[in-house]
Design a protein around this ligand. Structure first.
Ligand code: ZN
Length: 218
């Protein structure tokens, strides 16, 4: 990941012996909510040490300039929010959202570390992070909205994704079949390249600011 957020797959001590598949599930959370929360605590801590890159900031500038701009992302790290984006469809949720597994109430909470672990809702239920876990559906309505804006857009950018994780990988194709001009920004062409009218090789953190500069956006 360009912004340098360490993943738990790296040399992260304790987490070396766990795989995401072992922790990012409702089963793991029900079996050991404290362990799962400790993991998310450390991930949230790592994420706060990373700043949005110029690519994140360029997207926030595009939103300011283009009234119908919409950002669809699989990122859960909150960096787009911190860069100033507000119109975001988060397909995989948000690690800064906490949601009660009993009553469903949710809020953004950037407390790091959470104390005590695991945190509880006022109703007594356990709070979980608002990311999509393995085996879970995407947040209700979010992908439908993403398809809607994709069908209706004139210009579609696929940025820095491998475009293999469905259903998000379906969007470039959907944009193309509905007449959008499709641009892929990536280090190497992905599956999205099949539907792209144009391929811009490079890092999103470099290419998008260039476009921002060409458009003379602040
Ligand atoms: Zn509750």
């Amino acid at each position: 990941m360009e912004s340098g957020i360490p993943t738990f797959r790296g040399p992260d001590g304790l987490w070396k012996k766990y795989r995401a598949e072992d922790l990012a599930t409702m089963q793991a959370f029900q079996a050991n909510p404290k362990l799962v929360w400790e993991w998310y605590n450390s991930r949230r801590e790592n994420m706060l040490q990373v700043e949005p890159n110029p690519g994140h900031r360029a997207m926030a500038a595009f939103e300011q300039h283009f009234q119908e701009f919409m950002l669809v992302t699989q990122n859960i790290d909150g960096l787009h929010d911190r860069a100033g984006s507000r119109k975001i469809l988060k397909l995989h949720g948000d690690i800064w959202e906490v949601r009660c597994v009993e009553c469903g109430v949710s809020r953004i909470d950037q407390t790091v570390p959470m104390d005590p672990l695991p945190p509880h809702c006022q109703c007594g239920g356990l709070l979980r992070v608002g990311v999509v876990w393995f085996g879970e559906m995407l947040p209700p309505g979010v992908f439908e909205n993403a398809m809607e804006v994709t069908r209706n857009c004139d210009l579609f950018f696929s940025v820095g994704t491998s475009a293999v994780v469905y259903p998000a990988a379906y969007l470039p194709q959907l944009a193309k079949t509905h007449g959008a001009y499709v641009v892929e920004v990536n280090l190497e062409p992905s599956a999205a390249a099949d539907y792209a009218d144009e391929f811009l090789p490079g890092k999103s953190g470099e290419i998008l600011p260039e476009i921002q500069k060409m458009l003379k956006l602040p």
